[in-house]
Write a protein that binds this ligand. Structure first.
Ligand code: SF4
Length: 346
């Protein structure tokens, strides 16, 4: 374990074991999560025992190095490739919106879910990320913003490489650390977990009353169509998924966001929109429509705006809030896994 893997209480236990006073935990937690600096001169003003402990453990505080960084032509989206200790490379994206920034982080190296339109899915699963490797991405995003004279990471989405609910324990620990008001302090309502539909994970979120937003990637309204795009649907078919969403709605009283990647000619007809409305009937749901981000390994094209508008209107008329999400940073390979795939192909 490295220091960013620890929750506040775990850090306290570790410090006590190292002979450091319990009362110093908050200062050290701040050094780890607010300053995120391994520059020892930044710790000059701390009491000597704290300085000594931080100096001794400085290598355990390092953030993963950035091996590639690209920026969209409008300057609003920045995508980093971070190299982990074992050489695995993961992607983190920082997206700018007026007055606020959102970080999109990875939860696994590669992904086992194999969605056909996704560059990470085409890569296969490598390993789960540790909590600290998820936390470090947020800190790297904050550091990047600070170095550009900007601040204000306001939102976090777990929508990068990997399926967050396939790495449940690490993700929940990471979110506990990230939302801790003594450190990074991103409020749970500003954090969204995106899943391809891992039913046991959705039920566990409901059972444990986790306070984060939940987004479910739907993409198709029948099992046959969905299994062709999202192979995980064979394991957790639509009937089970929708039943789990209903349970989630009931137990948490939280709205679910359904993500629908619009692929021209494949899942963007008005008939499909009506079937989506029927499928989601009775759920507290918001539908986000996202025109496809083309990847090299998938020959689909994004739906043109007029067809997307029609799709949206049908869902709205059925009573669902529905938005067409802008594709951010299309020119920076912003679909998850695309930067890593492109770097490898060079
Ligand atoms: S879309 Fe998400 S769940 Fe599907 S393969 Fe890509 S990373 Fe995995």
């Amino acid at each position: 374990m490295r220091l960013h893997d620890f929750t506040f209480d775990q850090l306290k236990t570790r410090l006590i074991a190292d002979g450091v006073k319990e009362a110093h935990t908050l200062t050290i937690w701040n050094a780890l999560h607010r300053r995120a600096s391994t520059d020892l001169s930044a710790h000059d003003h701390f009491l000597p025992p704290i300085q000594r402990w931080l100096a001794e453990h400085a290598p355990e505080m390092d953030l993963p190095p950035i091996t590639a960084l690209i920026e969209s032509s409008d300057g609003l989206t920045r995508k980093m490739l971070l190299r982990l200790e074992d050489g695995q490379e993961i992607e983190t994206v920082v997206m700018g919106y007026p007055g606020r920034y959102t970080a999109c982080v990875s939860t696994q190296a590669g992904c086992a879910m194999g969605c056909v339109f996704c560059a990470t899915g085409q890569m296969g699963f490598v390993r789960h990320l540790r909590p600290g490797e998820i936390v470090a991405q947020v800190l790297a995003g904050q550091r990047l913003l600070r170095s550009d004279g900007e601040s204000g990471l306001r939102n976090l989405v777990l929508m990068g490489m990997g399926e967050p609910l396939h790495n449940y324990e690490s993700v929940m620990t990471a979110l506990e650390i990230i939302s801790d008001v003594r450190g990074i302090s991103l409020g749970p309502s500003k954090i969204s977990i995106s899943t391809v539909g891992v039913v046991p994970g959705i039920l566990r979120l409901a059972e444990e009353q986790r306070p984060y937003n939940l987004a479910v990637s739907l993409h198709a309204a029948s099992d046959e169509e969905r299994s062709a795009l999202v192979p995980a649907n064979r394991r957790w078919p639509l009937a089970d998924l929708i039943a789990a969403c209903r349970t989630y709605n009931e137990k948490t009283s939280r709205r679910i966001f359904f993500e629908w990647t619009l692929i021209a000619g494949k899942n963007d007809s008005t008939d499909t929109a009506r079937r989506v409305a029927a499928l989601l009937a009775g759920l507290d749901a918001h539908v986000n429509l996202i025109p496809l981000n083309p990847t090299n390994g998938f020959d689909g094209q994004p739906t043109a705006l007029p067809a997307a508008d029609e799709f949206q209107l049908i869902l709205q008329e059925a009573g669902f809030p529905c938005t067409i999400r802008q594709r951010r940073g299309i020119d920076v390979a912003a679909g998850c896994g695309q930067l890593r795939a492109e770097k490898r192909a060079r």
